[in-house]
Design a protein around this ligand. Structure first.
Ligand code: C2E
Ligand code: CA
Ligand code: CA
Ligand code: CA
Length: 278
């Protein structure tokens, strides 16, 4: 319709280039996929260093395009953000992921779930009620949900973000700062905002066992976060040496290909069962 067309072109005029037609097609296809609930959710384990147990999972949205195959979220999430589809995408991921978490809990396996929220949505006053409703519908305690946000999101609209974060915290939901160290927020600012978890960005983690500078950055971030009473998760752990280095600097929880790739829900349930039997 005319209004929709105008809206889309208005959104895309700033970066109108050779790819824009392609991008508009992708946005249409994404909208169709959302309408049909045709997206997927993968879960990546978060492992406690002390005993190697899976204590949480991060939900990561997946899209298998009928003609193009898998489209990475780094490509389509920004498109969804510009096209105003993020509220629906987040609602979809929350719903699917909390349904899965409830299934695992019914099987006796209680873990935390981390869900990504796009920067702009952190100042959306509709987010806390959406989260509260979805938790209630699936009977999952708010304490088992962590919302991952980036520093960009936190610094975008500080006043409204403050309201949204406060409301989520009041529900009992945890707040994690994703990709920590790549934005501009200081640890003390984040502490004041009452976030309770830091995820150290993988660019600092991947080579920390080989690069002394990275090791020092990660070590000092972990120790400062711990002194501030924040939980710390390191992401991008790709080998045993890195996992050991993180353990040595006192990082609680690790996430990365070494400990487990993002996988479909049933596969994670198998993993949780195997750990419980061990
Ligand atoms: P992120 O939130 O930082 O997610 C972690 C990304 O790192 C995931 O990529 C994951 O597969 C990848 N990863 C995990 N372990 C390793 C490792 O050991 N080494 C390396 N090199 N990478 C690792 P993925 O699934 O492609 O997601 C990319 C980004 O897309 C996410 O980065 C996040 O910003 C966004 N995203 C994914 N799912 C959602 C979602 O449901 N909602 C929103 N708003 N954004 C999402
Ligand atoms: Ca994340
Ligand atoms: Ca991250
Ligand atoms: Ca990222």
């Amino acid at each position: 319709d005319a209004k929709g067309e105008r809206g889309r072109w208005a959104t895309y005029s700033p970066d109108h280039d050779v790819n824009s037609v392609d991008r508009l097609q992708l946005i249409d296809d994404l909208r169709t996929a959302l309408d049909a609930d045709a997206l997927g959710v993968a879960f990546q384990p978060q492992v406690r260093v002390a005993d190697g147990r899976t204590v949480g999972v991060e939900a990561l949205v997946r899209w298998r395009h009928p003609a193009r195959g898998d489209v990475p979220p780094d490509v389509f999430v920004p498109l969804a953000e510009n096209a105003g589809m993020i509220p629906r995408l987040t609602a979809f991921v929350l719903d699917v992921a909390l349904a899965e978490l409830a299934r695992w809990a019914a099987d006796g396996h209680e873990v935390r779930l981390a869900v990504n929220v796009a920067a702009r949505q952190l100042s959306d006053l509709a987010l806390p009620p959406l989260v509260a409703d979805t938790l209630k519908r699936h009977g999952v305690p708010a304490e088992n949900l962590v919302i991952e946000v980036t520093e960009t999101g936190i610094l975008s609209d500080p006043v409204r973000v403050d309201v949204v974060v406060r409301e989520l915290r009041r529900l009992g939901v945890g707040i994690a700062v994703d990709d920590y160290g790549t934005g501009n927020a200081s640890l003390s600012y984040l502490k004041r905002l009452d976030v309770d978890e830091l995820k150290i960005d993988k660019t600092f983690v991947v080579d920390m066992a080989r690069r002394p500078e990275d090791f020092i950055i990660v070590r000092s971030t972990v120790s400062m976060a711990r002194e501030l009473g924040l939980r710390v998760v390191a992401e991008g752990v790709e080998d045993a040496a890195t996992s050991d280095a993180l353990s040595a600097v006192g990082c609680d929880t690790v996430q990365g290909f070494f400990h487990g790739r993002p996988a479909p829900g049933p596969q994670v349930l198998e993993r949780l069962r195997a750990e419980a039997d061990a």
